[in-house]
Ligand binder design. Structure first.
Ligand code: SF4
Length: 545
């Protein structure tokens, strides 16, 4: 395998009249960018017409991933339908595209390269580390058997390259999000006035944590009817599910119908415009609220399209900034949404690569509990908050960031669920989930398994937080105000049990001091009763003393 980028002489290029079909571009399912760097590089090198004539572009829909992991049906439908629509879009632009459905991407790739007699294969660096390792191994093996030059192109899916992020991060002992976000605002000149933040404030987070009032009426999100392409993908996913269950594997989680996501760039752009027209102005105040029956509130729902490459973060940021300033969007809302894309999304991606391959092995609290069956099956567990969120994931593959952090990940942290098992669960269940998204968000932010490399404290919360920020508790058989007894909210029980289990470790964190002082003041009989109840909930041995 070689990694060089030969440059043909432009004069000579024009003189070549009949090219052999020697250039191959393999585009992965989360690289559906019409400005894919491999296509652009070949256009630069060969000229637009010759590149389109001489290149073969490959998209592989491989079901081999399902042998190891059960992905949510809506996620499979979204990715494969988006790939099919992207193939058509490329063909309209004159590219010669082949889409292959297979159960083995390595076999499909080998047949494709030999069928076309390819001598060069071009790829964009995958965002996910485990997938990258598999692809590198496959391609290397292929190149060892064939006269094939492999060209890896740096990803253009983010504003910060991996090298630029590393340069920034190494300046800090703890490269926190807030420093990064301010640097991003300055570097890309977003919501800035000279070198100062527009309006004089970097962060309006404090204004964006309002509890939901009783009569909250959020706007409805834009949704789409599946076209014939998406219907065909749904049928494929259902057929694969029948094969799985016939061979004794667990069914794929979630439902494939109704399917309401956009599947191409045009629909992704419509989602962006619809968000600007209907929800941008109100995005801020109820960003952390959770309401039964209102799964999307004012959230943008752009992450699936950004993470597949259908939208580029820069076009989204610029459009939001200009539209927000033109509309007079409240600063807390405009800054709040830009912080998610320019700040958090870039930060977690940069950290994922900067922290390295060992990051997923971290397990600060030595948590090893397996996932409960109701999580795997997205089925009811009797806690209204979890049942509501799992029900929404079951039907759409989506839950918003506070449901993810303060209900799901909070439960995993308190219950001591195995960090990698739970991170993989998020990856499989969420419509926008990828390894690069979930390692930092779940392992780091949600479970604090990295011991504080990302967050300054564990996001552990009792039922009081959920009760304040949602209406879930009203429909629950448990009482969020009780921490002992039959009706005690499991989040309360698990919260105090978690603090007691890890008190020695948590005492060293100044941001946990208040909670540890409350724990120390709790009567020992009450703490023992709580811990007995926690042990019973978790089906663990009863702790001593
Ligand atoms: Fe969740 Fe506890 Fe509220 Fe029930 S009472 S919804 S378990 S936080």
């Amino acid at each position: 395998m070689t990694d060089h980028h030969p440059r043909a002489d432009p004069e000579q290029r024009q003189g070549d009249s009949c090219d052999p079909e020697v250039y191959g571009v393999w585009i992965l399912g989360d690289q559906l960018n019409i400005r894919h760097p491999a296509l652009q590089a070949l256009e630069d090198r060969l000229g637009s017409a010759r590149a389109r004539h001489s290149c073969r572009v490959l998209l592989i829909e491989s079901s081999s991933v399902l042998n190891r992991q059960a992905f949510h049906r809506q996620k499979l439908v979204l990715v494969w339908s988006a790939m099919r629509h992207f193939a058509i879009e490329l063909e309209r632009c004159g590219w010669q595209v082949e889409r292959i459905e297979t159960s083995s991407f390595s076999t499909a790739l080998e047949h494709w390269t030999s069928r076309h007699g390819l001598v060069e294969l071009h790829l964009m660096e995958p965002a996910d580390r485990p997938f990258r390792a598999k692809i590198h191994a496959t391609v290397q093996q292929l190149a060892s058997k064939n006269p094939l030059q492999v060209h890896w192109h740096p990803s253009n899916a983010f504003l910060w390259s991996r090298d630029a992020f590393a340069c920034w991060a190494q300046r800090y002992r703890q490269p926190r999000m807030e420093f990064f976000y301010r640097e991003s605002r300055k570097r890309f000149n977003v919501l800035m006035e000279g070198d100062q933040p527009l309006g004089g404030q970097w962060n309006y987070d404090h204004d964006n944590r309002k509890a939901p009032p009783r009569d909250l009426q959020p706007p409805q999100p834009l949704s789409f009817e599946p076209d014939s392409i998406t219907e065909a993908v749904i049928n494929r996913v259902e057929a694969l599910d029948r094969q799985r269950t016939a061979s004794g594997l667990v069914p794929l989680p979630g439902v494939s119908r109704p399917f309401r996501w956009g599947v191409n760039r045009d629909q992704a752009l419509q989602v962006l415009e619809h968000f600007i027209q209907t929800r941008l102005d109100g995005f801020g105040p109820y960003q952390d609220a959770m309401v039964r029956g209102q799964s999307t509130l004012w959230h943008a729902l752009l992450s699936p399209y950004l993470n597949l490459g259908l939208l580029h973060p820069w076009e989204v940021i610029r459009r939001l900034e200009s539209a927000g300033l033109e509309r007079g969007t409240p600063p807390a809302s405009l800054e709040g949404v830009l912080r998610q894309i320019l700040g958090w999304r870039e930060y977690t991606h940069g950290l994922y690569h900067w922290l390295g391959a060992d990051y997923p092995t971290l397990n600060h609290f030595n948590a090893h509990s397996p996932l409960p069956s109701w999580l795997e099956q997205l089925s009811p567990c009797g806690m209204s908050c979890l049942d509501t969120v799992l029900g929404e994931i079951h039907s759409s593959g989506y839950a918003h960031h506070i449901q993810r952090l303060m209900v799901l990940a909070n439960y995993g942290l308190l219950a001591g669920l195995d960090p990698q098992a739970f991170t993989a669960w998020f990856h499989r269940m969420f419509i926008d989930g990828f390894d690069w998204v979930m390692q930092t968000n779940v392992l780091g932010m949600g479970l604090f398994a990295d011991g504080g490399r990302l967050a300054s404290k564990p996001y552990a919360a009792s039922g009081s937080y959920i009760n304040r920020m949602s209406n879930y508790c009203k429909a629950c058989r448990y009482d969020p105000k009780q921490r002992t007894g039959e009706l005690a909210c499991p989040f309360n029980v698990l919260y105090w049990d978690f603090l007691a289990r890890h008190a020695n470790r948590l005492r060293g964190n100044p941001r946990m001091a208040l909670m540890i002082r409350q724990l120390d003041r709790m009567p020992s009989e009450e703490l023992q009763a709580i811990r007995l109840r926690a042990a019973s909930h978790l089906e663990r041995p009863v702790p001593n003393g």
